[in-house]
Design a protein around this ligand. Structure first.
Ligand code: FMN
Length: 137
């Protein structure tokens, strides 16, 4: 039977995982074992969804298939054929806009990309389509 004491220690683990998570923007090229991916997907399948619609379908690509997808996505991005970014309102509330600006200054600052260098910024964004495997240089 589950006790409050066990529940508290589970909660502490969850808190610790959430507090230590961070965005990772570069990955080693080492392949991830199939069983690890299957475990991750099995856990992810427990995620809640609106009205339990489970509106996801997962395709896992590796090797040449992944590289081919990267190439197609990058080309679409460069030709401005990628879908619009719908996760941000067009006009951000002021507090959010300031956070976004501070983030941009820190992020592009570390990469040595000047604020108004649109081409260099686009190169940074294009790395998303390599799934951030290659190093920024
Ligand atoms: C919907 C969404 C889109 C994001 N897009 C990018 C992105 O294009 N490039 C990037 O480097 N980080 C991206 N991020 C990561 C955020 O910049 C990051 O979560 C935020 O700066 C906070 O940092 P942290 O996750 O390390 O706490 C994205 C995060 C979310 C949730």
């Amino acid at each position: 039977m589950r006790t409050d004491r066990n529940a508290n220690s589970d909660a502490r683990v969850v808190d610790s995982v959430i507090r230590s998570r961070r965005a990772v923007r570069a990955f080693r090229p080492d392949p991830v074992a199939r069983h690890v991916i299957e475990q991750i997907l099995e856990v992810a399948s427990c995620a809640p969804s609106n009205s339990n619609t489970q509106p996801w379908r997962v395709d896992v690509l590796a090797g040449p298939a992944k590289s081919a997808l990267s190439d197609v996505l990058k080309q679409a991005y460069e030709e401005n054929r990628h879908p619009p970014l719908t996760h941000m309102p067009e006009v951000l509330p002021e507090a959010m806009r300031r956070r976004q600006e501070a983030f941009g200054a820190a992020y592009y600052g570390v990469l040595g990309v000047p604020k108004h260098d649109v081409q260099q910024r686009a190169r940074v964004t294009a790395r998303n389509f390599d799934f951030l495997v290659r190093q920024w240089a």
